[in-house]
Each structure stands twice: as structure tokens, then as C-alpha cells.
Write a protein that binds this ligand. Sequence first.
Ligand SMILES: [Zn+2]
Length: 154
Amino acid sequence: MPSRTYVADCDVGRGLFAAEPLPAGVEILRLTGSLLSLNDVRSRGAQAANALQIGVDRYLNLEEPGRLVNHSCEPNAGVKDDTQLVALREIAAGEEIRFDYSTTISDGWTMPCRCGASGCRGLVVAFQLLPTALRQRYAVLGLVQRFILEAVEA
Ligand SMILES: [Zn+2]
């Protein structure tokens, strides 16, 4: 099956792009990688950005192409059921695919943001620190890691 995506250079390094128009809601790819603990992630320094948090002490050391998906404060994709990258709206062929990293972060990790969106928050932070309306929007869309929502509901 031909891939619906391709990897290319973008303004923050390499990124994942749509090879064809992707309809809203479609699965783009599965985010996969070996399991890491929080300690493993912390020992990786700058490479920590390649880890996807899927539990309080559970991370995936993302493999390509999933690890090349960049962050945006105004994303066109999101992560559903912890590892499923889905289109949040229709994505045009040639458009870079990005999700909001804050929807997958509950630890203290932060990253200065250079996403370039008009609504850029300037800093990528844990989900709990997002504005309430934005947290609710992502939750309604099902684009928040399950362990984060479980912590909020507990
Ligand atoms: Zn931003």
C-alpha cells in the first residue's frame, strides 16, 4: 500500500507531510517504539523530545516516521487512543502534519515553541497547564492521552 505520508525538511528540521489529501478523522499512522520509563527519558537529555508519553511512567521511544511529527499550537492532527495519529481536519497534499505535544504530556517537560502559528503559546507545557477551554476542546475530540484524562477525573 503506498504511504499517505512522506518525510521532508521543514522550518524546524525534518517533518512529516501528507502525500495526498487526508480527510478529517482518518488514521494517518500508528506511533510505535520501544517502552521507556520516566528515568530512561530524563537520562536522554535533548533526545527526550522523541519520547511519546503514554502513561505516568510509560513512554515510547518513537521510531520514524512517528518521531518526526512536529508540534503545533494550532495542529491539523491529534493522537487518539494513545498511539493513533489522526487528521483533525482535512489536510492538503504537501501540508506538514503536526499535533499539539501538550495533549500527550503530564510531566514537567517543556519546550520553547517555534511553531509559527498565530495563536502560538510560546512554550510547550503539560496538558494540565493549558487554558481550560483548550483542554475541554481536546478532551471532547478524544485527542488527550487516556492516563491524563484519568488523572483529571480521579
Ligand atoms: Zn507554538
